[in-house]
Design a protein around this ligand. Structure first.
Ligand SMILES: C[S@@+](CC[C@H](N)C(=O)[O-])C[C@H]1O[C@@H](n2cnc3c(N)ncnc32)[C@H](O)[C@@H]1O
Ligand SMILES: [Zn+2]
Length: 283
């Protein structure tokens, strides 16, 4: 086995060591392109390099769809959210061992963090196999596994040094269980003024989101910092379409004339790009 999985190669050994069988919870080992536990449950690596550990159906509408993932990948590749990626890399620079990105999507942010932390390996967890096809190729030190974050995670206790969570579901008890004592949790969320110029083409951000965030995590974590990443910029008409199509309003384009209004965007749009990055220590 090579020390670092990339694309079609096996998962990094550190990732395999951290994983547990999603059927029985036993440790698993990797041979060729199959993960197997001592109780003969096995999981094949997909051709694109990720492993699917799911064995229960997931509710429709949970995973990002192929068009959403394609829009997100193109939008992120345009560099529009690079300041956020840089900030996440800065706050996670201490990472060593395993960094888990919960709801990693295409692996864009996790790859940035791994670039800044040469001793670390990454695990991208997401329920969207389409997104993880891209994540598996996003960085040589990154492995990817399909999983529903609302189920108990197929991972051992205290296996990770850093947990990353960017616009994705937050499972406080599982963040706590898989992070080692003193481990770092980094949560990125859109601020209330994020893309507000686009009105109802994007979903409005809850003004009390940060309060709720601290409330959800407070039982398991102490907040140690919060930074704002904010700038005004211009999005091309194509970036505006991608920003809409990669988000939840992609499911509701037929309402309120959204599709027509989106099609009518023909000039660059001035927008505010605004996020908060909160850091927590595991209690
Ligand atoms: C808004 S996207 C953010 C993706 C990535 N963090 C990024 O910012 O590029 C939310 C992601 O969470 C994933 N997701 C939603 N519900 C999930 C669940 N229950 N378990 C695992 N992943 C989930 C979606 O498939 C999607 O990739
Ligand atoms: Zn098993």
């Amino acid at each position: 086995m090579t020390p670092a999985g990339h694309g079609n190669d096996p998962l990094p050994p550190l990732v395999v060591d951290a994983l547990r069988c999603s059927v029985c919870g036993a440790p698993i080992g990797a041979a060729d392109r199959t993960l197997r536990c001592g109780n003969r449950h096995s999981f094949d690596l997909a051709r694109q390099g990720y492993v699917n550990l799911l064995h229960a159906r997931i509710p429709a509408g949970t995973a990002d769809t192929a068009p959403m993932v394609a829009a997100r990948a193109d939008f992120l590749a345009s560099g529009a959210y690079e300041p956020l990626a840089d900030e996440l890399a800065r706050v996670c620079a201490e990472a060593d061992g395993l960094v888990i990105d919960a709801g990693a999507g295409t692996g864009y942010y996790l790859a940035h963090v791994l670039d800044a932390a040469p001793g670390a390996f990454g695990l991208a967890l997401d329920v969207s196999a389409v997104a993880l096809r891209r994540a598996a190729k996003a960085h040589p030190r990154l492995g990817a596994a399909v999983w529903n974050l609302w189920e108990p995670w197929p991972l051992g206790d205290e296996v990770a040094s850093v947990m990353l969570n960017v616009f994705a579901p937050r499972n406080g008890p599982e963040f706590h269980r898989v992070l080692r004592p003193g481990g770092l949790l980094t949560v990125a969320a859109p601020a209330p003024d994020h893309l507000h110029e686009l009105g109802d083409l994007v979903l409005a951000v809850d003004e009390r989101k940060e309060e709720r965030l601290d409330g959800t995590l407070g039982e398991y974590f102490a907040r140690t910092g919060r930074t704002e990443v904010r700038r005004t910029t211009e999005l091309t008409p194509q970036q505006v379409r991608q920003a809409v199509e990669m988000g939840p309003t992609a499911h509701h384009l037929d309402r309120g004339g959204r599709r027509e209004r989106l099609a009518a965007v023909s000039e660059p749009q001035p927008v505010t790009v605004s996020f908060t990055v909160s850091t927590y220590r595991r209690l």
